[in-house]
Design a protein around this ligand. Structure first.
Ligand SMILES: [Fe+2]
Ligand SMILES: [Fe+2]
Length: 137
């Protein structure tokens, strides 16, 4: 079971809440990987994870745009690269050994997400925090 830690918070509450949901979906993926009917179960949760990642990225990019964040293009490019890689790994889930392939997806998403949240997402959060401090001063 993955535990969400306070240190993963970037200080933008909506985005923190969405990151927490992504974590919950990864936990659900773990549960489904270990279920008796793992083969059938993992597809649904992977589809949900995919859809939620899509939603979160769009929401995050809209937030960065609204604040005039200068690193938006670079950040979006990282999101796209990640989605492409997840798409590639998901192909293997459909065609190969489902459980093994799903574990690969899980490992890749977890590692990427943690690094991305703590480094790349934290950067726009700092920018927004600074900008809102200035505008309210
Ligand atoms: Fe994010
Ligand atoms: Fe991001």
């Amino acid at each position: 079971m993955l535990a969400w830690e306070q240190g993963y918070k970037i200080g933008q509450w909506e985005m923190d809440a969405e990151h927490l949901i992504l974590f919950s979906l990864l936990n659900q993926l773990d549960i489904n990987i270990n279920a008796d009917l793992a083969e059938e179960c993992v597809h649904d949760v992977l589809a949900a994870l995919d859809a939620y990642i899509d939603y979160h990225f769009a929401h995050e990019e809209a937030l960065m745009k609204a604040w005039g964040y200068p690193g938006l293009d670079q950040h979006s490019a990282l999101h796209h690269q990640f989605m492409n890689e997840v798409g590639r790994l998901r192909e293997a889930v459909k065609t190969g050994d489902t459980v093994r392939a799903a574990l690969k997806v899980r490992g890749f998403v977890l590692e990427w997400l943690l690094n991305h949240i703590m480094e790349t997402d934290a950067e726009y959060a700092r920018f927004i925090a600074e900008k809102s401090k200035k505008s309210s001063a």
